[in-house]
Design a binder for this molecule. Structure first.
Ligand code: BGC
Length: 450
């Protein structure tokens, strides 16, 4: 390897690596932002009350759920046996078209209603026999009750017009009415992180965090109601799940590639941590580094670098395939010399490794917020393709946890919770339909949180 290339890679290491001390600094800043968010002060962590507690495992019945927030919408009918078992009776996925993502709000919500109609037909389900709808909408939404909330701003490339600032449950209800499904009542509106936490804790009460590491990233945890000082409602029950919206965390050092990516993104200045961690951006960060190396004459013959010249052409999936030894052929890069392949792979590892280390640091911050001295064990439910499929992602997270906590890291269990966001929506609909919660929800319906 040329000396120049070597020194470029060493610099890159410096830019992308952070040690346990850096992680602890980030955790302190995370705590300070969490505190501000809970009191309703200016903070990059929105700390959104979800108006829902964790389930008791006894919720029962058959519920409908919609899970929306990535590249597909999923519609599910879920049966809850009241003994901690939640089973999908039917499930379908419908890819969200570019038009629905970026057209008008009506087009977007009509697409959801159409998908539901297809689902009922496909599975010959009589929607009237299901007990209520749980709607997972995985964007920053300020909730004013368990079944209402306004979209603050789109993330992950969505931009349907006329939705920001509006109550998404109202928009969905109108679309359902347009297709003669006005009888379907949205019982609960939740974030995917809340769904993941709820789904896992239905069967395992030790679970106290839901995390998404996929196209976007975020987490939710149960907070003591008394600590949510911006929340003016009743103090019972004494816990409420908080949607942190950690993708927005901005007290974290960025490097030149992060800044370049942000400037070229559809929402500059926003979702800073998400842009360093989530699947939507990892390929683009790697691509910017590789283009820099090509420009410096450190990598690739000029006639093959076009594979890296188009923004967002390189995806997290490519990175993941490459780390499994596959992707070079796929992008027509079969001719790339071995040495260049190794350099490219090193770049990919640095980018994905940093993502995993930041994710583990953020999880550590939330755990120590709940349990300062790490007295208890913690089960963390995680959904999303990075955690599920990316080679060594979990191992990198676990290594960071060990660096931060030493032996106590053994108290933290990272557990896959696949499709939890949809099942969690059904369970939340059941919680919302329980007589006790119904009366509480009625009392809360006029409440507003910042
Ligand atoms: C959204 C969150 C969501 C996360 C994971 C982010 O872009 O702001 O609400 O939980 O993606 O889907």
């Amino acid at each position: 390897m040329k000396g120049q290339t070597q020194s470029f890679l060493e610099d890159l290491h410096g830019l992308f690596y952070f040690n346990a001390q850096d992680a602890r600094d980030i955790m302190l800043r995370f705590h300070s932002e969490m505190g501000l968010g809970l009191t309703g002060k200016e903070s990059s962590l929105k700390m959104i009350p979800s108006f829902v507690r964790r389930p008791k495992g006894k919720e029962k019945g058959s519920f409908l759920a919609i899970d929306l927030g990535g590249t597909n919408i999923r519609v599910l009918a879920v049966s809850l046996d009241g003994k901690g078992r939640a089973e999908p009776l039917a499930i379908s996925r419908y890819p969200i078209s570019h038009e629905a993502m970026t057209g008008t709000g009506d087009m977007f919500f009509d697409f959801i209603a159409e998908s539901m109609e297809s689902f009922f037909k496909e599975h010959q389900i009589d929607a009237k026999r299901l007990q209520g709808l749980g709607f997972t909408f995985s964007f920053p939404v300020v909730q004013s009750s368990i079944a209402s909330g306004r979209l603050i701003s789109w993330t992950k490339g969505f931009s349907a017009s006329g939705v920001e600032g509006e109550d998404v449950v109202e928009l969905l209800t109108r679309a359902l009415k347009r297709r003669n499904m006005g009888f379907i009542e949205v019982a609960a509106l939740i974030n995917d992180t809340v769904g993941t936490l709820v789904a896992k804790s239905y069967a395992n009460p030790a679970c106290d965090m839901g995390v998404i590491l996929g196209t976007g990233t975020n987490a939710a945890y149960p907070e003591k109601t008394g600590r949510i000082t911006k929340y003016k409602g009743p103090r019972h029950p004494d816990e409420m799940i908080i949607n942190i919206e950690w993708g927005g965390f901005n007290k974290i050092r960025r490097n030149i590639y992060d800044e370049t990516l942000d400037r070229g993104s559809f929402n500059p200045g926003e979702q800073r941590m998400e842009k360093m961690v989530s699947g939507m951006y990892l390929g683009e960060i790697a691509r910017l580094i590789i283009m820099d190396m090509v420009k410096e004459g450190l990598l690739l013959n000029p006639h093959i670098h076009h594979a890296f010249s188009e923004p967002y052409r390189l995806t997290a999936e490519h990175l993941s395939l490459a780390e499994q030894g596959q992707f070079f052929n796929e992008l027509g890069l079969i001719q790339v010399p071995q040495e260049d392949r190794e350099i490219i792979l090193e770049v990919f590892r640095l980018v994905s490794g940093r993502s995993a280390r930041i994710a583990a640091t953020a999880i550590s911050a939330v755990i120590t917020w709940m349990d300062k001295k790490m007295d208890s064990s913690h089960v963390i439910a995680i959904d999303g393709s990075l955690f599920e499929k990316y080679p060594n992602y979990r191992e990198n997270m676990e290594a960071m946890l060990r660096e931060i906590f030493g032996d106590s890291a053994g108290k933290i269990k990272l557990e896959k919770e696949m499709d939890g966001s949809g099942i969690g929506a059904a369970i939340t609909a059941a919680i919302a339909s329980s007589p006790w919660d119904k009366s509480l929800i009625a009392r809360l319906s006029s409440l507003r949180c910042r």
